[in-house]
Design a protein around this ligand. Structure first.
Ligand code: NI
Length: 161
């Protein structure tokens, strides 16, 4: 699996619901986790490898890799926190993004079993970032316009170099 980067239109498209969750998703989950590990990140969503399906994997320090299929964020805390984010599809760029501190997410795993999870800290952060990918949203979209434009200008400059 190759990770696509900013400028590829697939990153801007909405991913499709997975129905049914077939046996192939066990293999896809393993491949996504492998790609995540190779990329040295904490989360990776289907669209980032050109798979336009509602699936992402999250692997934060001290936790096992987690797979989310057809996720919904069904609750968000009122308190927002700032945290520095990066993205394997926007390599080399980081910025502080405001998001709810705690969430409840409902999803299915690679075996087609539903689960719900209450998350805070970095886990909540990564889940929200990966969920955005399923909607065609990147973390830079959540920055102020000047900040986003600064990153986009540097990105263009680096791409041309
Ligand atoms: Ni990302």
């Amino acid at each position: 699996m190759d990770i696509i980067t900013l400028g590829n239109d697939l990153l801007r498209q909405k991913a499709e619901v997975i129905k049914p969750i077939g046996a192939e998703y066990k293999k896809i989950a393993v491949e996504l986790i492998d790609a995540l590990r190779e990329g040295g990140g904490v989360g990776l969503a289907g669209p980032q490898v050109g798979l336009m399906k509602r699936i992402f994997v999250v692997h934060v320090d001290g936790d096992e890799p987690r797979i989310f299929i057809n996720p919904s964020i069904i609750r968000t805390s009122q308190d927002l926190v700032k945290y520095e984010e990066g993205c394997l599809s926007v390599p080399g760029f980081y910025a502080e993004v405001m998001r709810p501190a705690e969430i409840r997410v409902q999803a299915w795993n690679q075996n087609g079993r539903p689960f719900s999870l209450d998350a805070g800290g970095i886990l909540a952060r990564v889940i929200q970032h990966e969920y955005d990918h399923l909607e065609g949203t990147l973390f830079i979209d959540r920055l102020s316009e000047p900040k986003r434009n600064r990153i986009l200008a540097k990105w263009e400059k680096r791409r041309k170099a």
